[in-house]
Design a protein around this ligand. Structure first.
Ligand code: HEM
Length: 154
């Protein structure tokens, strides 16, 4: 269970990153060239937000199945002194949850807006902010915070 979840969560990060990049590209294009917000744009907004929600849910299930987090929770005072445990036990969860809230606010505000330009602007800006937070909180192999591989092969 734990390894399948970790594999899925690790792979799904690419879906999150690429869907956000694509939505931001469409948002910028529509905003700059003053297009109308089409059904396809709305579908991209919706699918991108859903992918972020799925990753959030996977993350929470993983959190309560991870031996690393179990050790963090069971040995809190010792664990917060080791940055890898602090990162996965606390920082990663907090930052990712904030990022998905930002994306959700962007998505629902864009949906509620009636003016095409507002839809594109809100979606673009809040998706960029969400992606930036996600980018910082992903344990890339080059990250100064914590390192995991680009693709899990174990
Ligand atoms: C959009 C949101 C998220 C992204 C893109 C993301 C991405 C990642 C990546 C790339 C890893 C490294 C996987 C590996 O070891 O190969 C990871 C690990 C982890 N994530 Fe997330 N994550 C997200 C949200 C969350 C949330 C919300 C939680 C918890 C509530 C969470 C919990 C964890 C845990 C516990 C690990 C480490 C598990 C372990 O090594 O035992 N993630 N995440």
């Amino acid at each position: 269970m734990y390894f399948s979840l970790l594999l899925l969560h690790s792979f799904f990060r690419w879906m999150v990153v690429f869907s956000l990049l694509y939505a931001i590209y469409r948002g910028l294009r529509g905003w700059i060239s003053k297009r109308s917000f089409t059904l396809a744009d709305n579908r991209v907004r919706h699918i991108t937000t859903t992918i972020a929600h799925v990753q959030l849910a996977l993350g929470y299930v993983l959190y309560f199945n991870s031996p690393l987090v179990a050790w963090f929770r069971g040995n809190y005072h010792e664990a917060i002194k080791q940055f890898d445990y602090l990162f996965f036990g606390l920082l990663h969860v907090i930052l990712m949850t904030i990022a998905v809230i930002v994306i959700t606010i962007g998505s629902s505000s864009a949906k509620r807006s009636v003016i095409n330009q507002d839809k594109f602007r809100i979606m673009t800006l809040l998706f960029i902010l969400g992606l930036l937070i996600i980018f910082i909180a992903i344990p890339w192999p080059f990250s100064p915070l914590a390192n995991r591989p680009y693709i899990r092969t174990f």
